[in-house]
Design a protein around this ligand. Structure first.
Ligand code: IMP
Length: 500
């Protein structure tokens, strides 16, 4: 079908200012879907890190979830490795550690020190043979005991650790641990300088442990995206390659929060069949499907059972799809098209705008087009948390950022994203360098900050209100005027660069 309609991308439009009421707050949280236990999966900041092998592994996913977004662990990993990474994120924070690693009265100080080193823990309970609490081994009094290394740990443990009953730290509402209550117990035990609370039953048998680190994280990361058990949320990408259901089963067992079907051609039987296989096996497991850019593609995925639809063919910074195939759609129009199609029949299905974000102002534009959240690759590539080493290239610190459709990445497994078998590969992406960017926290600060500025300027107090903001198409001259002009840049601002 031919059409004369003009397809627009973020740089082709501006959002018009609106009235701002004094004292307005801007809430940038977004509801994506229900999780598999029926609880709301909310991102306090509407960002996802892309399922790319130079963007998201466990380290990135932990940082994303702590900051209020979610990371999608890429699929260029063996099933075992991807599952391991999901488990790493799920274990990074807890309400209560249910089966804490422990030692016995016969364990030596040396063995305890080695265990602490290996596991990376600074508090280990000491139990008798019936799992009753004898004390708590803590790092300094274990590590600095070289002369007594062969003695039993019972000679060098805290003999009066803080022991509480589960009811004392349980939330009345959820029956899970309430870290606020744990915090008050820590606060009241200053004389012990304790780093862990031990939870015991009436016979003094250990049930679990709460560390002060988990309580501190509440304050350090108040926006963290967590499940009902206080664990960070994490998503995992899956492909339409054969045997994917084996991977799906293991990811679900590892308690992944979202499955993201990673395909450049979402409007396909491959993707629809995978959605229905997942839904048959795990009816409540939320599935993100894509990528599509048309109303037909979106409705096709909605009918196939997708919970969330991901939009984008060709906007990515490393993407050559539109040039090598001539197919795709500029991203503002793509998000609008999909959102409008779903609004009529499937208003509960959230849209994720995937790729093509160049400036922080593009986030608000994606929301105005109808996105509930935004997936970014380039923005997060080059950070400390992205996989890969920082290297020096032409005198500057950089990291590699590559398309999952580049020949290099497809050789590592991502060929199925493009329905290619790995033998004769047609590239859809490039390999390049991005500047080293510091931490994900700094990046999210800028993107969330930019979005809040959009909301101030439009007078919106939440994303639903921002969605209703007016916008206009602009000319090339208007876009040029939107940049700083007629001046030489003295230095780069943290949220405005020069690279095109
Ligand atoms: P960015 O935020 O503009 O860098 O775009 C990231 C998005 O580009 C990813 O989330 C993918 O949807 C998409 N993508 C990743 N690799 C490729 C590729 O090789 N070709 C085309 N698109 C890609």
């Amino acid at each position: 079908m031919e059409t004369n309609a003009i397809a627009l991308t973020y740089d082709d439009i501006v959002i018009l200012p609106g009235y701002l009421k004094r004292g307005s707050e801007s809430d940038i949280s977004t509801l994506l879907c229900k999780d598999r236990d029926g609880h709301e999966l909310i991102l306090k900041k509407p960002f996802l890190s892309a399922a790319m092998d130079t963007v998201t592994e466990a380290k990135m996913a932990i940082a994303m979830a702590r900051e209020g977004g979610i990371g999608v662990i890429h699929v260029n990993l063996s099933t075992d490795e991807q599952v391991k990474q999901v488990k790493k994120v799920k274990r990074a924070e807890n309400l209560m550690i249910s089966n804490p690693i422990h030692v016995n009265d016969t364990t030596t100080i040396k063995e305890t020190a080695e265990l602490m080193q290996k596991a990376g823990f600074s508090s280990i309970p000491v139990l008798d043979k019936d799992n009753k609490i004898l004390g708590l081994a803590v790092r300094p009094s274990v590590r600095f005991q070289e002369e007594n290394f062969e003695k039993a740990i019972t000679t060098s443990m805290v003999k009066n650790p803080v022991i509480v009953r589960l009811e004392e730290v349980q939330s009345e509402k959820t029956s899970f641990v309430d870290l606020g209550k744990a915090k008050r117990i820590f606060a009241n035990n200053t004389q012990n300088n304790t780093k862990a609370l031990l939870i015991a039953d009436e016979n003094n048998v250990l049930i679990g442990m709460i560390t002060s680190k988990d309580v501190e994280n509440l304050k350090t990361f108040p926006f963290a995206c967590k499940d009902i058990q206080g664990r960070l949320r994490v998503a995992a990408a899956i492909s339409t390659a054969p045997h994917t259901m084996e991977r799906v089963c293991l990811l679900v067992e590892a308690e992944v929060d979202l499955l993201v079907i990673d395909s450049s051609q979402g409007h396909s039987d491959y993707v629809a069949d995978l959605i229905s296989s997942i839904k048959k096996e795990f009816p409540t497991m939320p599935v993100v499907a894509g990528n599509v850019v048309t109303a037909e593609g979106a409705l096709f995925l909605a009918e196939a059972g997708a919970d969330i639809i991901k939009v984008g063919v060709g906007p990515g910074a490393i993407c050559s799809t539109r040039k090598i195939s001539g197919v795709g759609l500029p991203q503002f129009s793509a998000v609008k098209e999909v959102h409008a199609a779903l609004q009529r029949q499937y208003p509960h299905i959230a849209v994720i705008a995937d790729g093509g974000i160049k400036n922080t102002g593009d986030i608000g534009k994606a929301i105005v087009a109808g996105a509930k959240a935004i997936m970014m690759g380039n923005a997060f590539a080059g950070t400390d948390e992205a996989p890969g080493e920082t290297i020096i290239h032409e005198g500057a610190k950089v990291k590699v950022y590559r398309g999952m459709g580049s020949i290099d990445a497809m050789k590592n497994g991502s060929g199925s994203r493009y329905e290619q078998d790995g033998k004769t590969l047609i590239s859809h992406g490039i390999v390049g360098f991005v500047p080293y960017k510091g931490t994900v926290t700094d990046i999210i600060f800028q993107y969330a900050g930019g979005l809040r500025e959009t909301m101030k300027l439009t007078g919106a107090t939440n994303l639903a209100e921002l969605k209703r903001a007016k916008w206009m198409q602009i000319t090339n001259a208007g876009e040029l005027e939107s940049h700083p002009h007629d001046i030489k840049l003295a230095h780069q601002e943290p949220n405005y660069g020069t690279s095109k």
